[in-house]
Design a protein around this ligand. Structure first.
Ligand code: KG4
Ligand code: ZN
Length: 388
C-alpha cells in the first residue's frame, strides 16, 4: 500500500511517499523545506508568512518527493475538467492554483498511490489550509481517497515505528497501557492509551509549551530561533565546565498533584534575573543549564507519576523537544532505575521535529487497525485547536 502524505501545520512544508507492507514502512520519497530562517527575525512563527511560504514551496516539494520515489512521470494527461476541478482554489490559494495547473498538465497520475494523508490540525490555520487544499486538489484530480490526520497523533506514531535502516521503519509491538509525552513548540501533553488508536489526554500545559519556553529563554539570552538546540548546547557546556550557578529557578507545578504543566513562569524568572545586566557567555550557559534542568525535572517527574498511576508498560516521547539530550538522558535514567519494566521509545531524530513521514505513518497505522476505512473525505477543514 502506498501513501502520499502532506504536512504544513507550522513552519515546515513536507511531502512524502511511503510504502507500507505488513509491519514495515519504506520511505520512498521525502521532501521537506523549513521556514526557520524566514521566521528567525521575529523570534517565532508568523502565520501569514508561513502560509505564503507553504504555498510557494508545495508543488516543488511534491515533485521532489515523487521524483525520488520514481513516480514523477511526464506524459500528456488528458484532463478536460482540470480548470473546473481546481476552481475551489480561486480565492484563497491562487499561488497553489498557478503551480498546480501546469503540474497536472505535465505529469501523469503516479501509479499505485492508494491514499493521501494530510495534517488537518492542530496548528496555524492559514498554514494548515495550504496542505489541506493541496491535498484536496490531488485527491480530486487524481481520484485518490483523502484522510485527515491529527498532527499530535503523528508525533505519537513517530515513535511507534522504529528506524531499521536509512529508509525502513518497523512497527514496535506495544504493551499497553501506553503513555505518550508530547513536547513541541506548540504543545506539552501527557496522553494515555489503553489500546491502539485510543487516546486520553491526562495533562497539558496551562500556558507556554515547553519548546516555546526554550525559544523564549533563548531570545532573552540573545540566542537565535529556534532556541531549543542552542540552549541545550549551552547547558551541556555549562555542565562540562561545572560553571557557577547564576540563577536558581523554580520547578513549576512539580507538586500540583495533577499532570498539568506551566512553563511561562520560568521565562519570566529568567527575564527578571537578567534585566539590566551585562551577561557573559558563561552567565548565559549557566542560565541555560538551570532552565533546561528545571523544565526537564518537571517533565520527568510528572511522567513518572503517570507511569505509576496508570501502570504504564510503554513510554513514547514525541515532538521537537524529544531531541533534547538532557531530557532523553533523564528519562532513560528514571526508567532504568525506577521502572525497568517500561519500554521507552524515542523517534529517530529526523522524525522528532515536524515532518510528513509521521503523517503517512499514522494513516498506515490506522489502516493496519482498520479503523479509518470509512472516513476518507474530500470535505476536510483545518482545525487549529484539534485535540485528542
Ligand atoms: O515539533 P516541532 O518541530 O514543532 C511543533 O510542532 O511545535 O518542535 C519545535 C520545538 C521548538 O520550540 C524547538 O526549540 C524545540 O522543538 N527543540 C528543542 C530541541 N530541538 C528542538 N528543544 C530543546 N532541546 C532541543 N534539542
Ligand atoms: Zn509538531
Amino acid at each position: 500500500m502506498k501513501i502520499l502524505s502532506i504536512e504544513t501545520s507550522c513552519d515546515e512544508t513536507a511531502v512524502s511517499v511511503l510504502e507500507g507492507n505488513e509491519h514495515t514502512i519504506t520511505v520512498l520519497g521525502n521532501a521537506l523545506a523549513s521556514q526557520i530562517e524566514l521566521h528567525a527575525q521575529y523570534g517565532g512563527v508568523f502565520p501569514a508568512l508561513a502560509k505564503r511560504a507553504h504555498a510557494e514551496k508545495f508543488v516543488l516539494l511534491l515533485k521532489e518527493a515523487l521524483s525520488e520515489s520514481g513516480m514523477l512521470i511526464e506524459g500528456n494527461a488528458d484532463l478536460p475538467d482540470l480548470k473546473e476541478q481546481l476552481e475551489f482554489l480561486n480565492e484563497k490559494e491562487t499561488t497553489l492554483k498557478e503551480h498546480f495547473l501546469p503540474f497536472f498538465s505535465q505529469y501523469q497520475k503516479p501509479a499505485g498511490v492508494d491514499y493521501i494523508a494530510v495534517t488537518s490540525g492542530p496548528g496555524l490555520e492559514p498554514a494548515l489550509w495550504v496542505g489541506i487544499n493541496a491535498a484536496k486538489a490531488l485527491s480530486t484530480v487524481w481520484d485518490i481517497p483523502l484522510f485527515p490526520i491529527n498532527h499530535m497523533e503523528g508525533h505519537v506514531v513517530s515513535a511507534v515505528f522504529q528506524q531499521k535502516n536509512e529508509n525502513k521503519f518497523s512497527l514496535h509491538e506495544l504493551s499497553y497501557p501506553v503513555l505518550a509525552l508530547l513536547v513541541s513548540g506548540g504543545h506539552t501533553e501527557l496522553v494515555v492509551s489503553d489500546e491502539p488508536l485510543q487516546y486520553k489526554k491526562i495533562g497539558q500545559t496551562r500556558d507556554d509549551a515547553v519548546g516555546e519556553a526554550f525559544d523564549k529563554v533563548a531570545r532573552i539570552l540573545g540566542l537565535p530561533y529556534p532556541g531549543g538546540p542552542k540552549i541545550s548546547a549551552f547547558a551541556k557546556e555549562s555542565r562540562e565546565q561545572n560553571l557557577e550557578k547564576f540563577i536558581e529557578l523554580p520547578r513549576p507545578m512539580l507538586h500540583s498533584g495533577d499532570y498539568d504543566f506551566s512553563f511561562s513562569g520560568l521565562k519570566t524568572a529568567v527575564l527578571y534575573a537578567t534585566q539590566k545586566k551585562e551577561l557573559s557567555e558563561n552567565d548565559k550557559k549557566s542560565i541555560a543549564q538551570e532552565f533546561e534542568e528545571a523544565a526537564v525535572e518537571v517533565l520527568v517527574s510528572k511522567t513518572a507519576k503517570a507511569i505509576e498511576e496508570f501502570n504504564v508498560q510503554t513510554l513514547l516521547v514525541g515532538g521537537g523537544v524529544a531531541n533534547n539530550e538532557w531530557l532523553r538522558a533523564e528519562l532513560t535514567r528514571a526508567i532504568k532505575e525506577q521502572y525497568p519494566q517500561v519500554t521507552l521509545l524515542f523517534p529517530t531524530k529526523d522524525l522528532t521535529t515536524d515532518n510528513s513521514v509521521m503523517i503517512g505513518m499514522t494513516l498506515y497505522y490506522q489502516l493496519l487497525h482498520e479503523k479509518n476505512k470509512k472516513t476518507a473525505s474530500n470535505i476536510l477543514k483545518a482545525d487549529g485547536n484539534l485535540s485528542f
